[in-house]
Design a protein around this ligand. Structure first.
Ligand code: C5P
Length: 218
C-alpha cells in the first residue's frame, strides 16, 4: 500500500507552492516542494564553483548533498539555506542545472522518500508525469505571465528584496521557455491532469478547487 499523492505542477510563480502547502495543511498530508531541491543543487554548485554545463560533476554533487527539511527550515549539509535558495539568481541557475538527466535522476529517491502516510502533496514540474505517475489527483496550476510576474514582485518586495517588474517578466519567460523545451522531464500538462487557471482566483478559491477535486476522487 502506497499513501495517496496529489501532484501539482505548473510554471514558475504560478502560486502552486502556496496552494500545495495549504492543501497539505488542510488534509494533514506531507508536503514536497521539489523546486527547493533543484535550488539546493544550484546553490551548492555555485558554492563549489561547478560549471552549470557539466552534467557528470553536477550529478555527483547531487548524490553527495545532505538535504533536510526541519520545522519549516531547509538545511544543506546542516547549514540553514531557507532564504538563500529563494533569490532570482538561484532560481535561474536551478532551471539551468535541472536540464541534466544526471541531476534529475539523483533526486528521484529523495522525492519518493516524501511519500509517507497519511499522504503527500507534491509540487513541481514533473510530479505527475515522472515522479508520481500514479498520483490520485494531478493538477496543472497556471496563470498568465503578467499575473505571475506581479505575484513574484509582491512576494519579493514583501520580503524586502529589491525587484523590478520588467526584469521579473523577462526572467519568467526565460525560465518558462527552458522548463518547457528541455528534453528531460519538460513541463507538460500530464495525461489526466486537471488544469486550474488562477489568474482571476484568490488563493482560497484555488485551494478549494483542489480540495473539491480530491474529494470527488474518493
Ligand atoms: O519551482 P521553483 O521555481 O522553485 O523551481 C526552480 C527550478 O527548478 C525551475 O525553474 C525548474 O527548472 C526546476 N524544477 C524542475 N523540476 C521540478 C521542480 C523544479 O526542473 N520538479
Amino acid at each position: 500500500f502506497l499513501p495517496p499523492v496529489i501532484a501539482i505542477d505548473g510554471p514558475t510563480a504560478s502560486g502552486k507552492g502556496t496552494v500545495a502547502s495549504l492543501v497539505a495543511e488542510k488534509l494533514g498530508f506531507h508536503y514536497l516542494d521539489s523546486g527547493a531541491l533543484y535550488r539546493l543543487v544550484a546553490l551548492a554548485s555555485k558554492k563549489e564553483g561547478i560549471d552549470p554545463h557539466h552534467p557528470q560533476e553536477l550529478g555527483d554533487l547531487t548524490q553527495k548533498l545532505l538535504i533536510s527539511f526541519k520545522n519549516g527550515l531547509i538545511l544543506l549539509n546542516s547549514e540553514d539555506v531557507t532564504e538563500a535558495i529563494r533569490t532570482e539568481d538561484i532560481g535561474l541557475l536551478a532551471s539551468t542545472i535541472a536540464v541534466h538527466p544526471e541531476v534529475r535522476q539523483a533526486l528521484v529517491g529523495v522525492q519518493h522518500g516524501f511519500r509517507v502516510s497519511p499522504g503527500l502533496v507534491a509540487d513541481g514540474r514533473d510530479m505527475a508525469s515522472v515522479i508520481f505517475p500514479d498520483a490520485i489527483l494531478k493538477v496543472f496550476l497556471t496563470a498568465s505571465v503578467a499575473a505571475r510576474a506581479e505575484r513574484r514582485y509582491k512576494q519579493l518586495i514583501a520580503k524586502g528584496i529589491p525587484a523590478k517588474l520588467t526584469n521579473l517578466l523577462e526572467d519568467l519567460q526565460e525560465r518558462d521557455a527552458r522548463d518547457s523545451s528541455r528534453g528531460a522531464a519538460p513541463l507538460v500538462v500530464a495525461d489526466g491532469a486537471l488544469v486550474l487557471e488562477t489568474s482571476e482566483l484568490s488563493i482560497d478559491q484555488a485551494v478549494q478547487a483542489v480540495l473539491d477535486w480530491y474529494q470527488a476522487k474518493n
